[in-house]
Ligand binder design. Structure first.
Ligand SMILES: NC(=O)C1=CN([C@@H]2O[C@H](COP(=O)(O)OP(=O)(O)OC[C@H]3O[C@@H](n4cnc5c(N)ncnc54)[C@H](OP(=O)(O)O)[C@@H]3O)[C@@H](O)[C@H]2O)[C@@H](O)CC1
Ligand SMILES: [K+]
Length: 499
């Protein structure tokens, strides 16, 4: 699913009206009716719904929803938030319809007009949508705070009011905190950025039937990776195969006290379909690794406690480097030599990334199309500071183009940057914020690379599977109870959800 900008949606709105031979009021009726159906599904009939409607088209949507609520016997109170006198035509048309039914909106013009909102009420926020073009100021800002402090379950229509679709609000801007956002046609980028995602606890996309052909023709850098997209990437196994078909993965990492990290990566690689897996670790890890996973082969470095040479006599399909290696000079130099020798795309994580950050000249030697999997701190060391999340996204886009790499930026929503594209993953949960979760992710992506998935698909699909396995683990054993090894253990079931 593509993510569109506000201006793309506004244009799609106009084109759909022309192509479908409908009026904008009819499109509003359709959009708001579909939003109303969602609201009605979750509405307890004893609840009072308080609708706050702006005077533009977002407010118009609110008025349609108010009419439909009233028609189906719900308790609805409607407030027109009179932040300006420039009412839109479709607002006016729907205001008239509502008045004819005897439901005249109460006009709010100052703080004294604010109604009481109890925590038991349901609030519909239809003050501003994608037409917001400046921060909310004055008494409307106070109204936003009044709603946020009420404790009422708040449903935002299209966008939480005050949230821009293409910039981070400034510190003093008032923004609705929505428990649920019913958003039209597609999710907005700000729903996924760390600085703005908290304004949208949950969102649901309402298909309002905009022109499909036109939407498909639109360019967008941003795409969602959900179940459908993951299933399209998945290549189920053929019957007549052997372990050689699924590649040989070499996982290089570990140091004294951090052998567990590479063990987790290797275990996950095997549980994600890698045909063969060899671990290359310092000598001290030999017995623990052999004991922990009998299915893995183990090679040891000359170094007792850390990697110092990285020499091996095999031709892996993919190399994964960096978990638990530390950043010692001998390890850095061995990594540098490994990069020089390696031609196929590899995966670099954790201390591998830290070594690259401290020795930027090594970035030139990382094989093209390799996958780097930083968390935000590792990213910052790699690319420097950013002003805000939009700046960060642009900086990462430039970085991946400059070095021809793929970046997997880990977070509540993990972003995969590849060329011009940014894929936003929607599987996963807070239980995955646990030690070793990143080592597991490296294992899945490496295993997919070894099975012949392209680096972009391996990154995108791996991130999805990792999140899905986490969701299955969390459903069974709870977010607090799960550890990284559980994510690895649920990997097979994550694949099965796609069949
Ligand atoms: N496109 C679609 O697919 C469909 C869209 N639909 C709905 O329309 C919504 C967009 O409606 P919209 O364009 O009328 O803008 P909206 O958000 O109501 O704002 C109204 C006006 O407020 C003003 N203004 C802005 N910021 C301000 C501020 N801080 N403080 C004070 N004033 C401010 C600004 O006017 P200005 O004052 O700048 O002239 C702006 O024009 C969309 O979110 C969806 O709900 C559906 O019905 C059908 C399909
Ligand atoms: K809104």
């Amino acid at each position: 699913m593509k993510i569109f900008s506000a201006s793309q949606l506004q244009k799609a709105d106009k084109i759909s009206i022309d192509n479908q031979g409908i009026t904008s009021e009819e499109l509003m009726e359709r959009a708001a009716t579909r939003a109303f159906n969602e609201i009605e599904n979750i509405l307890d009939e004893n609840k009072t719904v308080k609708l706050f409607c702006g005077i533009g088209n977002n407010g118009g949507d609110g008025l349609v929803i108010a009419r439909l609520l009233k028609n189906s016997g719900h308790k609805a109170q409607v407030y027109a938030v009179n932040y300006s006198d420039k009412r839109s035509n479709d607002f006016l048309a729907n205001n008239q319809k509502l008045e004819k039914m005897g439901l005249k909106p109460i006009v709010l013009k100052a703080e004294e007009d604010f109604p009481k909102i109890s925590a038991e009420d349901i609030v519909i926020d239809a003050i501003f949508g994608i037409g917001l073009n400046r921060g909310i100021k004055g008494w409307p800002a106070k109204l936003v705070h009044h709603i946020n402090h009420s404790g009422a379950f708040t449903i935002a229509i299209d966008m939480p009011s005050g949230l821009f679709s293409d910039q981070v609000p400034s510190e003093n801007d008032a923004v609705i905190k929505a428990d649920l956002c019913l958003t039209f046609q597609g999710p907005k980028l700000v729903f996924f950025l760390p600085q703005t995602m908290d304004y949208v606890n949950e969102f649901k996309v309402i298909d309002i039937g905009l022109d499909k052909q036109y939407l498909e023709s639109l360019d967008s850098s941003y795409e969602i990776t959900g179940r459908l997209e993951a299933a399209a990437i998945y290549k189920p196994r053929k019957k007549n195969t052997h372990k050689g078909n699924f590649g040989h993965t070499l996982i290089v990492g570990g140091s004294y006290g951090k052998i567990g990290s590479v063990i987790l990566t290797a275990k996950t690689a095997l549980k994600s379909g890698a045909g063969l897996c060899t671990l290359y670790i310092p000598k001290c890890g030999y017995i623990p690794a052999q004991t922990a996973i009998p299915e893995v082969m183990v090679l040891t470095d000359e170094g007792e406690e850390k990697l110092s040479e990285i020499e091996f006599d095999l031709e892996p399909d993919v190399i994964c480097f960096g978990m638990g290696t530390g950043k010692d000079l001998v390890t850095k130099e061995a990594f540098g030599r490994l990069l020089e020798r390696t031609k196929k795309p590899m995966l670099v994580d954790a201390d591998g990334l830290n070594i690259l950050s401290e020795n930027k000249e090594l970035l030139e030697s990382v094989p093209k199309n390799s996958v780097l999997t930083p968390h935000p701190k590792e990213l910052q060391r790699l690319i420097g500071e950013w002003k805000d999340d939009f700046d960060k996204v642009n900086k990462v886009k430039s970085f991946v183009k400059k070095y021809n790499l793929i970046i997997v930026l880990k977070g509540a929503y993990t972003f995969v940057f590849s060329g011009e594209k940014v894929f936003i993953n929607i599987s996963g949960n807070s239980g995955m914020a646990t030690a070793g979760s990143g080592d597991v992710l490296s294992g899945v992506i490496t295993a997919l690379l070894s099975q012949g998935y392209s680096p972009e698909n391996a990154a995108r699909f791996g991130v999805y599977l990792h999140g899905k396995a986490g969701d299955l683990a969390s459903a069974d054993i709870g977010a607090e109870g799960m550890i990284s090894g559980d994510i690895a253990n649920y990997m097979g079931r994550a694949f099965k959800t796609l069949i």
